[in-house]
Design a binder for this molecule. Sequence first.
Ligand code: AMP
Ligand code: ZN
Length: 482
Amino acid sequence: MYLYNSATHKKELFQTHTKDHVEMYTCGPTVYHFAHIGNLRSYIMEDVLEKALRWRGYDVNRVMNITDVGHLSSDADTGEDKMLKGAKREHKTVLEIAQFYTDAFFSDCDKLNIKRPDVVQPATGLIDEFIRVISSLIDKGYAYVAGGNVYFDTSKLERYYIFNDHDEEDLAVGVREGVEEDENKRNKNDFVLWFTKSKFEDQALKWDSPWGVGYPGWHIECSCISMKYNGDYLDLHCGGVDNAFPHHTNEIAQSEAYLGHPWCPHWFHVHHLNTNAGKMSKSKGEFLTVSLLEEKGYDPLVYRLFCLQSHYRNGLVFSWENLDNAKAAYDKLISRIAALDGGDGEVDWETLNAYADKFAAALDNDLNTSMAVTCVYDALKAKTNGATKRAILGTFDQVLGLDLLKKADEKRAQQAKQTASAVQGGYTITGEGDPAIDALVMQRYEAKKAKNYAEADRIRDELKAQGIELTDTKDGAAWRRV
Ligand code: AMP
Ligand code: ZN
């Protein structure tokens, strides 16, 4: 599989430390608010990547952290603790906030068919391990104590910048964030491993440490969680593109200083979902969630398809119009699959393998998901029987996660329920046999016969409000719940 590697700025043949096995790490959510659909774009694409690797025969161990402490409102070490901000906003404790939004995150993931990682580790559950690694960094001369905090000394590294195409000045934390420099830092990009003297005296969660009561910095948690559950050699690290600097840069600095050897050769960054108003951001407080999509009547898998239709390395612009297009495409796709005659016939394995090869080629080409979706349409047009087409789609869906066969089967079942339910005076009503709905449809017919079109329209609107779609047929009318 060829994947773009943001550490080398090239598309490369993906290679692993151990044959056929991938140690994969994903930066998890900061659980002070709901995940927005931008965050979930990253998790959808990382999920597809994991599934593509499994589909290509790798055994994958995927690890994810849950940030429930230490992430300040700036990704550099300034600003308020995000968790504390959430707790204050909702008059709850930090732990209550963390539990609530962790559950909400995984519920969103379930709705979007995002598989749960093999290991999920909240940062607050591994504080002793962070303290052990920080102590070792101090012993090795990579970290120092100043003003009560422990800092990583970036001047000790041969190479600090890994991902940026900018020069150092551009990325200098003080300049970039427009905030006061921390006087304790020896070098402008040094970062905090352990806080005891943050600007906020009322930090809710604190632990004892050799450097005083305090809490860990954000970056150290990912290094430690990965090294604990992925081992000393990570194959693939994922996150949204905003994580590249300073977060991932600092993760590499800490891990390699601690391990004494290169840590992770391959970095996968998902570009942002934006609206016309700019980047979607949790900290601004106004953002789109999966629940909002559902409230507006969208199946969350429509959003998954929307994401798959574009490449993870391109920015993606969200608009309701774009989502409507994805909805129309999804509905049509499911209808076409539902119409397949899948019951009889033998699967033609040769045809299936030929289509699977094309699908694999799309995935192997830097996870070209829009091409992979095109393979679905190609399979529907294949000159083969319904059973083979269904088998091909079932295989593809192990990666795409669009519930193609399940939704198509549900649609068929719904259609099968539609039987002629009422015939009056030669007017046949086809539906699910609900007398109340049939009565309204009949009233509309009577109104039309009496040329009372306003009343007929009113009844159609009433049916629509009840979620009923009505279609006039040759002999009467057909209705279904939508
Ligand atoms: P957070 O919960 O803020 O730590 O972010 C969770 C994940 O979402 C991280 O991998 C971020 O890089 C990613 N992310 C944040 N904003 C966006 C966005 N607008 N589009 C795509 N991914 C994002
Ligand atoms: Zn991380």
